[in-house]
Design a protein around this ligand. Structure first.
Ligand SMILES: [Fe+2]
Length: 179
């Protein structure tokens, strides 16, 4: 046997020809993620001047991946995370009142579960786009941490289904992002 096979695996240019493993979901492939001027219908309204574009609703692991679009300055929300959050800023900048760091265009940030913070888009930033991978829930809180509301993969999926139904694409349009 070629020693490279045992050390690095089989690198021959041949597709796997064995059986599929049982219960493996289909791949989810979303084109044009970096196209921020994409079809306007994809953007699900979330609040005044705030939208999200779903990329993945993972209902079996309790997370979602989306692009958040904000077209206003000021405080977006104060919230607590029950799970980890990965954020990649595609355009604009923002920060949390509780932390010294800034989420800058082209940058990445990890938000640990349990962190409670208040998101502000600064004056002068007309548009902010951030790709968020959010596990668990956002718990919206007041300044003392008292819960005011909850958002998770299920509420996101529900909002997307409602939006796509309203604009004529059909609620099922959202289901393509479900895994
Ligand atoms: Fe956060």
């Amino acid at each position: 046997m070629d020693s490279s096979n045992t050390e690095k695996g089989d690198c021959s240019a041949e597709a796997y020809r064995g059986p599929k493993l049982p219960n493996v979901p289909e791949d989810l492939v979303v084109p044009g993620v970096m196209d921020l001027e994409c079809d306007e219908r994809l953007w699900v309204p979330q609040a005044k001047d705030v939208w999200f574009r779903p990329l993945c609703f993972n209902v079996s692991h309790g997370y979602f991946v989306n692009i958040l679009r904000v077209r206003k300055s000021g405080i977006l929300s104060r919230h607590r995370h029950t799970g980890p959050v990965h954020a990649t800023v595609l355009r604009g900048r923002w920060h949390y009142l509780e932390h010294p760091w800034w989420a800058e265009e082209g940058g990445y940030a990890f938000e640990p579960p349990g962190d409670i913070h208040t998101l502000e888009v600064p004056d002068g930033v007309n548009e902010m786009y951030t790709l968020f991978h959010v596990t668990g829930a956002y718990i919206y809180v007041d300044v003392d941490g008292v819960p005011l509301g909850v958002e998770d993969v299920f509420s996101k999926l529900e909002a997307a289904r409602k939006h796509y139904e309203n604009i004529g694409l059909g609620a099922d349009f959202a289901d393509q992002f479900v895994r």
